[in-house]
Design a protein around this ligand. Structure first.
Ligand code: TXA
Ligand code: MG
Length: 413
C-alpha cells in the first residue's frame, strides 16, 4: 500500500517591501547598441535588497516550499520565479490563485541569456532591435534540449513567450539570479494589474515574502504579445507597443489581430448576466464602460441603481462631476487626483457621492494611470465605476480598451 504525504498546511508569510532607490547602480550594456550582455556593477555596489531578492529566487528553487518575488518592470509589476524550476514556478500559481493552464512570460536580462533557451528566428530580428528592451513579448519554440523550461511555464504549449524588460532593475535582478524568470503580472487572479508596490501588497500580503519597490511603472499596461512563428504573424494581446508601430517592421506589414476588438465586443454589446461575468482586470466595484466618446449624464445613468458612491474615470470629453475647484481632493496618488463631490438632481437633491478622476486626453497618460485609478476608486469605496472609453486606435489605446472591456460588467454605447 502506498502512502502519500499530506500537503503542507497553508502558511501565512510575512510580506516585506524593499525599496530600491532610483539612483542605485544596476549595471550597463557591455557594448553600446548591443543587447548581448547586461553587465552588473561590482558586487559591493549592488543594492543589498536586490541581492537579497536574488538569493530568495535562487534558494527557493532548492526547497520544496517556494515563494516568488515581486519586482517592477516598465509595464506592470511581475511575480517572478526561476523559469527552469517546476517547484519555483508552481509557487507563482499558488500565490496568485491562477489556473495553471495560462502560460507565463519568460523574462531575460539580455540576448545571451535568451540564447540558452532558443535561437531567434529571422522574423523577430528587426522587431527586437526596435522594441527591446521594452513592452513586447515574442513567441519562440519551447526548447527541447539544453536549458529547459519548467513545463508549468508553458502550460503544455509548444511555444513560450519571451520578453526583455526595459526596466534596468528587472534586468539586474534577472542577471543576478542568472536564470530566466517566469513572471505573470503580480496581481491576485482577476484583479487589475499592479503598477505600484502597494498594489502588490494589497493583493498578495501573506502569500509572498518579498516585494521590490522600484516606484511606479512607466507604461502602466502589459506588454504586447506577438506570434511571428505563423503566417501571417499575429498580435495576440495589444499592449505597450502599438500594432501600428509593429506594422512598420519588415515582415510584419500584414500582421493580424488575434484578439477581439471593438468590432466584436464593442458597441451594442449586451450586459453580461450578473455572476456570469468572466472577470479579469476587475476591481471589486462594478465597472460600466462607455464606448461612445459623448457626454454622459451620470445621474440619469444611475437612476434607480441605489449606488451610494460612484467612481468616474474621465479621459477627455466628459465634464468634471465633482467640480474642478470645489471638489475636495480625496487622494492624489500616482499622477492623478481623485476629487470627491456630490452628484445632485435638478432640484439639488443628492443622488450619490461622486469620486472623480481625470486621466487626461493623452492616451499614454490614460494607460499609465488606468489600473491605479481602478484600484484607488475601489480603495475609496466606490460601488460602481463609470469609465469614459478612448478612441480605439492601433496604438496603446488598443491595450487600454482591451483591458477595460475585460474589466467591465457592462459596455454601453
Ligand atoms: O508586461 C507584461 O507582459 C507583464 C510583465 C510582468 O512582464 N507580464 C504579464 O504576464 O502580463 P501575464 O502572465 O499576466 O500575461 C501573459 C500573457 C497571457 O495573455 C498569456 O496567455 C500570453 O501572455 N502568453 C504567454 N505565453 C504564451 C504562449 N506560449 N502562447 C500564447 N500566449 C502566451
Ligand atoms: Mg496578468
Amino acid at each position: 500500500m502506498s502512502t502519500t504525504n499530506p500537503p503542507p498546511p497553508p502558511r501565512k508569510l510575512k510580506t516585506r517591501i524593499l525599496t530600491i532607490p532610483p539612483s542605485s547602480p544596476l549595471g550597463s550594456w557591455s557594448s553600446p547598441n548591443s543587447l548581448q550582455t547586461w553587465t552588473l556593477p561590482p558586487t559591493p555596489l549592488i543594492p543589498p535588497s536586490l541581492t537579497l531578492a536574488a538569493t530568495a529566487l535562487t534558494t527557493s528553487t532548492a526547497s520544496s516550499f517556494s515563494t516568488p518575488v515581486a519586482f517592477p518592470t516598465e509595464t506592470v509589476y511581475g511575480l517572478g520565479a526561476d523559469a527552469t524550476s517546476s517547484t519555483a514556478v508552481k509557487g507563482i500559481y499558488t500565490a496568485k490563485g491562477r489556473p495553471s493552464d495560462n502560460p507565463l512570460i519568460v523574462h531575460v536580462s539580455d540576448l545571451s541569456m535568451l540564447s540558452t533557451l532558443s535561437t531567434i528566428p529571422e522574423i523577430y530580428h528587426e522587431l527586437i532591435s526596435k522594441f527591446w528592451p521594452g513592452p513586447l513579448t515574442i513567441l519562440l519554440p519551447v526548447p527541447t534540449s539544453g536549458q529547459l523550461l519548467a513545463p508549468e511555464v508553458t502550460a503544455g504549449l509548444t511555444t513560450f513567450g519571451a520578453r526583455m524588460p526595459d526596466s534596468p532593475l528587472a534586468r539586474a535582478l534577472i542577471q543576478l539570479v542568472g536564470k530566466p524568470l517566469a513572471a505573470p503580472s503580480a496581481n491576485a487572479s482577476t484583479r487589475p494589474s499592479p503598477t505600484k508596490a502597494v498594489h502588490v501588497l494589497e493583493d498578495l500580503e501573506g502569500k509572498i515574502e518579498l516585494i521590490l519597490d522600484g516606484g511606479d511603472c512607466a507604461v502602466g499596461v502589459e506588454s504586447t504579445v506577438v506570434d511571428g512563428l505563423c503566417n501571417p504573424p499575429v498580435v495576440l494581446r495589444p499592449g505597450g507597443v502599438g500594432i501600428e508601430e509593429i506594422r512598420q517592421v519588415k515582415g510584419w506589414e500584414g500582421v493580424v489581430k488575434g484578439y477581439k476588438d471593438r468590432s466584436e465586443v464593442g458597441e451594442g454589446h449586451k450586459p453580461r448576466a450578473p455572476g456570469m461575468k468572466y472577470k479579469h482586470y476587475s476591481p471589486r466595484a462594478r465597472v460600466v464602460l462607455f464606448e461612445g466618446h459623448k457626454p454622459v449624464n451620470v445621474g440619469k445613468e444611475l437612476e434607480g441603481g441605489g449606488q451610494k458612491k460612484v467612481g468616474v474615470i474621465r479621459t477627455g470629453e466628459w465634464e468634471g462631476l465633482a467640480g474642478e475647484t470645489e471638489g475636495r481632493i480625496e487622494s492624489e496618488e500616482g499622477g492623478f487626483a481623485v476629487r470627491q463631490g456630490s452628484l445632485r438632481d435638478e432640484e439639488g437633491k443628492e443622488l450619490a457621492t461622486v469620486l472623480d478622476v481625470d486621466l487626461g486626453r493623452d492616451v499614454k497618460g490614460v494607460a499609465h494611470g488606468l489600473f491605479a485609478a481602478l484600484r484607488e476608486l475601489d480603495r475609496l469605496g466606490a460601488d460602481i465605476i463609470f469609465v469614459e472609453g478612448v478612441s480605439d486606435g492601433d496604438d496603446i489605446a488598443a491595450a487600454v480598451m482591451n483591458r477595460l472591456r475585460k474589466a467591465a460588467s457592462e459596455i454601453r454605447p
